[in-house]
Design a protein around this ligand. Structure first.
Ligand code: GMT
Length: 382
């Protein structure tokens, strides 16, 4: 198949999923065309069957806000024509599904189908804004196919957006060969030279991730045992988290790495992954850690309980309850045998439900289904 993929190219779960999906599909012989305003973060050095098409947004003094949605629609339509795309697959509804809808309208009788994958904040935060809700609902309804990355997100979309059309759940995935316990042991020696346990967090450091709680949880742990904290990512709350680290005199124990590629090399030396988000429709970073045999403590919100089993491969706590989170962290870190066992369970569960080898064929089957119904509808219209 020839597939156009649109996503946010920046540091964030939906862009990661879209990029990894494109890479996996290309490895399976499909032709993949990424269409976005910049090269997606994890796309570097990928296969010969992958193309990147940059959307250039013309500015003009009149435009306080250059119309990206229109520039994207135009580029989608051009690429679809030149590369004879079979379909578009957009990740994150706002504004990508609106652009895809316009591109489909521009494609004429050939009718270029598009699939929208919902990731989370496009529904839970952004889409719920009054000004975005009607157009987001419209473009979801108009999509030829819609997928959500967890049951939770599917149900929430149906409930809050009153969407009537079917939504297929295709969960997020991880490449279980790439993500394993074989990390870079130099990293462990660098961060924890005396064998201290390592806590880790990876995200886009937005307020919803509560990275200041990560530091608070670590500070409570550090009151009881020697430990280190590795923070991967960057974003608006980094300054606030760094401030707490300085105030609590923890600078020697906390490492802010900024945005990183090859996160598996780092995750694989962690003893505990911490995800205290206020809202999380899946928690891809937690899944990546689990594949690297890292137990997870996370807030009991959204789709997280679909991924992490309380008491089996990690622990769940109520959002913002840093004391209970620290108690669970200590339970894992002070009993390394228990931590290891939970880590092994985490990988086993990740392998059972979320390996790319099993999830990518679900996308392929869904593409076929959408293409078949588009063809059937076209032949009825003839
Ligand atoms: O809020 C974010 O972290 C960004 C957002 C995105 O689209 O980049 O993440 C969402 O999509 C991820 C990939 O499907 C999910 O793993 C995250 O749980 C989800 N974030 C939220 O629901 C807050």
């Amino acid at each position: 198949m020839k597939i156009g993929i649109t996503c946010y190219p920046t540091y964030g779960g939906s862009g990661v999923v879209a990029t990894e999906l494109g890479i996996e599909l290309a490895a399976r012989g499909h032709e993949i065309h990424f269409i976005s305003y910049a090269m997606p973060m994890r796309l570097s050095g990928s296969s010969e069957r992958i193309w990147f098409h940059e959307v250039e947004v013309a500015t003009y003094p009149l435009f306080d806000h250059p119309p990206y949605t229109l520039a994207l629609a135009t580029k989608m339509s051009e690429v679809a024509e030149e590369a004879s795309l079979d379909l578009l697959h957009v990740h994150y509804a706002i504004p990508h599904s609106v652009s895809a809808l316009l591109a489909r309208m521009m494609s004429g009788p050939k009718r270029l189908p598009f699939i929208t994958t919902l990731h989370g904040t496009d529904i839970t935060l952004v889409g719920a804004d009054r000004s975005y809700l009607p157009i987001t609902r419209f473009s979801i309804e108009q999509s030829d196919g819609v997928t959500a990355i967890s049951n939770y997100l599917r149900e929430r979309t149906i409930r809050e957006f009153e969407v009537k059309r079917p939504i297929e759940v295709i969960p997020n995935f991880v490449n279980c060969d790439l993500y394993s316990r074989n990390g870079d042991t130099n990293n462990r020696a660098k961060w924890a030279p005396n064998g201290e346990p390592i806590l880790m967090h990876l995200s886009n450091f937005r307020p919803v991730k509560r990275i200041t709680d990560v530091v608070e949880i670590f500070a409570l742990v550090r009151e009881k045992i020697p430990a280190k904290l590795v923070m991967i990512g960057d974003g608006p709350d980094r300054g606030a988290a760094e401030y707490i680290v300085r105030k609590k005199k923890l600078s020697k124990d906390v490492f802010f790495l900024g945005k990183q590629l090859h996160v598996q090399d780092k995750l694989a030396v962690a003893d505990l992954f911490v995800l205290p988000s206020d809202e999380e429709s899946f928690g891809l970073a937690a899944l990546e850690a689990m594949a690297c045999e890292v137990p997870v403590i996370a807030s009991n919100v959204g789709g997280i309980p679909e991924v992490i089993k309380h008491g089996v491969d990690g622990y769940l706590f109520e959002p913002r309850d840093v004391h209970t989170a620290a108690k669970y962290a200590l339970e894992i870190l002070t009993r390394p045998d228990r931590g290891r066992m939970m880590g092994e369970m985490a990988r086993a569960n990740a392998r059972k439900k979320y390996c790319s080898n099993d999830i990518i064929p679900m996308y392929e089957a869904y593409y076929e289904k959408v293409l078949n119904s588009t063809r059937a509808a076209a032949s009825v219209g003839k």
